[in-house]
Design a protein around this ligand. Sequence first.
Ligand code: RM4
Ligand code: MN
Ligand code: MN
Length: 429
Amino acid sequence: MSIIESAAIEAHNEGLARYIRNDYEHLGEQLARRNIDIERVRERVARFGVAIPSWGVGTGGTRFARFPGPGEPRDVWDKLQDCAVIHQLGRTTPTVSLHLPWDTCNDWRELRQKAADCGLAFDAVNSNSFSDQPGQRHSYKFGSLSHTDAAVREQAVEHNLAVIEAGRELGSTALTVWVGDGSNFPGQQHFRRAFDRYLDSTRRIYAALPEGWRMFLEHKICEPAFYATVIQDWGSSFLAASVLGEKAQCLVDLGHHAPNVNIELIVARLIAAGKLAGFHFNDSKYGDDDLDAGSVSPYRLFLVFNELVAAEHERVAGFDPAYMLDQSHNVTDPIESLISSAAQVQRSFAQALLVDREALDAAQQANDALAATQLLKDAFQTDVTPLLQRVRVDAGGAADPIAVYRASGYRQRAAQERPARSAGGGGIV
Ligand code: RM4
Ligand code: MN
Ligand code: MN
């Protein structure tokens, strides 16, 4: 299947070149008045990247139904192809995060090579011990790494070790572990024992981490367990990561907290403790809604980036978060959603770079609440679109990636070339 014609991207950019140049100059002038050098901001934004979740390129579903879209990826090769399109047009997503066994393939080297040919590499590999696979010996119905039965725990540990092995061949340097373990009824589970069993299992996985690898522990307040989860919040995650050792850190999925929880504060705490693994970006209004990043609360996303940029600015030792998307697309074309989410995350980063850090320090020191909060608003309310367009175009992407994608007919071609198959493994279950 052909990826988007570069001539089409060039023609599109050519048609907009004058506007892109003028808008960028104008923004540059505005920023100069605020003592910000647009070129320096541009260089930093150009180096920013966020990983695509392989499971995000398929159509997701809800508890009630899944409505498959045309041309859904059938296997990891198709998924990689879609990721290549996203990166070709948006130029913000140079890495892919795989999920096993959903993305199982019989030749990791070839996959790695194929990815490299598309300008892609692999970010953290994810293990799945929250759903049963055909032919699997033991069921995860009542948990995995914390299961009461040692044989089930063993199977889940073995799976994680296999994921590390695959990741090693792919060039990944991190394993993300999210478990669905928990309980649906008060009394169903002995909380302390379940947590201890989780620790016993994760210790074995931790011990198998190759040199230079990190282990990302992902907490989640609920779902599929609706009464209690074993790694429910950043406190449990932090506790587990602290027990395991310095290679274990806490991954923050934006949708995994109770409504109204101050996520940027959690981020600041984890940074201070040297335990921030990174992110699964998405947005939500009620629960783990997995909506497109910044689609509901762009200011919240900005506030998270404000903490990240502050940490970078203050040169916090060991600060090296991994940025990944984690979304489920039920009513949009996944490629379009991922392109726009990546751009939204990039936008939040760019906006956070505009915060006048010295002035903010001074306002905080003087307890000038209004001035402090206004400094954040000044940055957030700056329209950085011309800057993002310039970064994309300079990197060979499209000024308006979604317009080019729609005009390309890629989805229609995919629909012809990928006949619908029921067990595609796409989307979030
Ligand atoms: C979970 C969690 C994990 C992801 C699965 C598919 O809710 O966010 O990161 O691997 O969904
Ligand atoms: Mn996640
Ligand atoms: Mn989730």
